[in-house]
Design a protein around this ligand. Structure first.
Ligand code: PLP
Length: 389
């Protein structure tokens, strides 16, 4: 289905609500039934009927339809955070004694879920670099049930070969899951490569206005039903109808926003590559990125996350740069209007993943929707402040 149809028409039953253009926020916890027959019918399939808002709600249902179509899957669930989407997807596929293969540098709380929380329940794991399919294949054990990908991740952007990973999953009966938050459904559709479950932190590009925390799970009818009936309903991962309405509004401009962020990202990445005070730049769709070919064969764009390593001998030089930045806001997360900066010096010794230490001279930028010239001016002035010792 074409993007314009998905955004303007799909799921919007305007004849049921006065032909209003914007969808209504059905702010209710529960729904009444006209007859016992109707109630029985609803109980038989809670995923598609409105009984109780922890399960399904008409405003949320509009969003589910659009997101499933955007990711080329049968159905989607929208939950209260990206972390809820990650944990529900992983937990739905494993039990005590099973084994998970996961890429080495996933989102930090995904790492914690696998290495700490699920490990406590007897789920085994192996973290792999993920850039070579042979390494992933050799990590497979007889009890491997899940292959968890993040391509690219959101700090150094390692890429996995999605087609090869999906084929490996099919061959060994392993469910494949990808966190696709970074590429967004506009630039990469993992279902087209055969990946089973696609997750998003909708907090990032999908909502896109730094005002909602939410997550998305896209998959087949069978898998969505499993996750709905177990994790979503029992753990209570619900999103509020009001937040769902905000995300529907965000979706109207998703395509425009990610393209703008991508275009500015490329301009600024290129500028950083050529700056004498920058030691290394990470940006998946720059021709100098080491996995550029694989990245560009799977993604048509990549958005505005850029990481760079400052040429600095001392931490003071990094602190000088960071405190000279005026226009980027210093904050976690990304995907909204505002450009952001996250210096690893703030957390490298606190939240660093032990087997892949993050260097203190690394700084991640999120290029938002301001003009690239405005942002470059800020970076340029701050880099001028970094004096050699
Ligand atoms: C932010 C993020 C998450 C977690 O999402 P929340 O909405 O913050 O719970 C998961 N994966 C990636 C790649 C993220 O950037």
């Amino acid at each position: 289905m074409n993007l314009d149809d998905i955004i303007t028409h799909l799921g919007e039953n305007r004849d049921q609500y006065f032909y209003s253009i914007a969808p209504p926020i059905i702010q209710t916890s529960n729904f009444a039934f006209q007859s016992i027959e109707e109630l029985r019918k609803a109980f038989a399939n809670e995923l598609t009927h409105h009984i109780y808002t922890r399960g399904n709600n008409p405003t949320v249902a509009i969003l589910r339809k659009k997101l499933a179509a955007l990711e080329h899957t049968d159905d989607a669930l929208v939950v209260g955070s990206g972390a809820a989407a990650v944990s529900a997807s992983i937990m739905s596929m494993v039990k005590t004694g099973d084994h998970i293969i996961c890429v080495q540098k996933p989102y930090s709380w995904t790492y914690k879920l696998i290495s700490k929380l699920l490990f406590r329940f007897g789920v085994e794991y192996t973290f792999v670099d993920g850039r070579h399919i042979t390494e992933i294949e050799s990590a497979i054990r007889p009890n491997t049930k899940l292959l968890y990908l993040e391509s690219p991740n959101t700090l150094t952007f390692e890429i996995q070969d999605l087609k090869a990973c999906a084929a490996l999953g099919k061959k060994h009966n392993i469910t494949t899951v990808i966190d696709n938050s970074h590429a967004s459904p506009i630039f990469q559709n993992p279902a087209d490569f055969g990946i089973d479950i696609i997750i998003h932190s909708a907090t990032k590009y999908i909502n896109g206005h730094s005002d909602v925390v939410a997550g998305v799970i896209c998959s087949s009818h069978e898998i969505i039903k499993i996750i709905f009936e177990s994790e979503l309903m029992t753990l209570g991962l619900t999103i509020s109808p009001h937040d769902a309405a905000l995300i529907i509004r965000g979706l109207r401009t998703l395509d425009l926003r990610v393209r703008r962020s991508d275009l500015s990202g490329r301009i600024i990445a290129d500028w950083l590559y050529n700056h004498p005070k920058i030691e290394k730049v990470y940006f998946p769709l720059h021709p100098l990125f080491e996995q550029y070919e694989l990245a560009s064969s799977q993604m048509s764009g990549c958005g505005g996350l850029i990481t760079f390593k400052l040429k600095a001998e001392t931490k003071d030089q990094v602190l000088k740069f960071v405190s000279s930045i005026k226009r980027f806001l210093m904050a976690v997360s990304w995907g909204g209007y505002e450009s952001l900066m996250m210096p690893s010096i703030a957390f490298h010794d606190i939240r660093g993943i032990p087997d892949s230490p993050i260097h203190w001279s690394m700084i991640r930028l999120y290029i938002g929707l301001e003009t690239p010239e405005y942002l470059i001016e800020d970076l340029s002035l701050a880099l001028d402040q970094v004096k050699p010792d």
